[in-house]
Design a protein around this ligand. Structure first.
Ligand code: SF4
Length: 157
């Protein structure tokens, strides 16, 4: 049986982003995987109990702590961690080892996220959920890495 694939819900057109919009990625192979029922869509921030729309949040990393806060300084770390844990559990329950997640998101970004100062500056740091999945051996790609994602999928599934 072919493995399921975890996908950020906003990439498949679900309006779950902080601003109530989506990040739809139109791709024939992705649509085929969807019709084959291979995709499991999640929005970690909503799984963590946050509403849509919601205030945008960024990760604030110091030498001692990692927190997630909105621009109004509301601490949403607990919701982000809960969403990450629930997403990991979904992966474990479904034996998922590959994910396609939204770039730059403080939850889903696999390579870089904003620096916590709300000045549109990116730093090398994965989002809270992406980090947890990566630590658990799940390969995470973003929508700008579709060729690598499909190649990896072909080789491993
Ligand atoms: S948490 Fe992930 S799935 Fe949800 S809106 Fe943000 S990027 Fe998309």
């Amino acid at each position: 049986m072919q493995h399921k694939i975890l996908v950020s819900a906003c990439l498949m057109g679900e309006e779950v982003r902080y601003d109530g919009k989506h990040n739809l990625v139109e791709h024939i192979t992705l649509n085929k995987l969807k019709t084959q029922n291979r995709l499991i869509l999640v929005c970690p921030e909503m799984l963590g109990g946050l509403p849509t729309p919601r205030e945008p949040a960024e990760i604030i990393t110091t030498s001692k702590t990692i927190r997630v806060k909105t621009e109004q300084k509301i601490d949403v770390t607990a919701q982000f961690i809960e969403g990450a844990n629930k997403t990991l559990q979904i992966c474990l329950d479904n034996k998922i080892d590959i994910a396609l997640m939204a770039a730059k998101s403080p939850s889903c970004g696999n390579i870089e996220t904003y620096n916590g100062e709300f000045n549109r500056t990116l730093i090398k740091q994965a989002g809270i959920t992406a980090q947890l999945l990566q630590k658990n051996g799940i390969k995470v790609f973003n929508q700008n890495q579709l060729n690598e994602f499909f190649k990896y999928l072909e080789q491993t599934n």
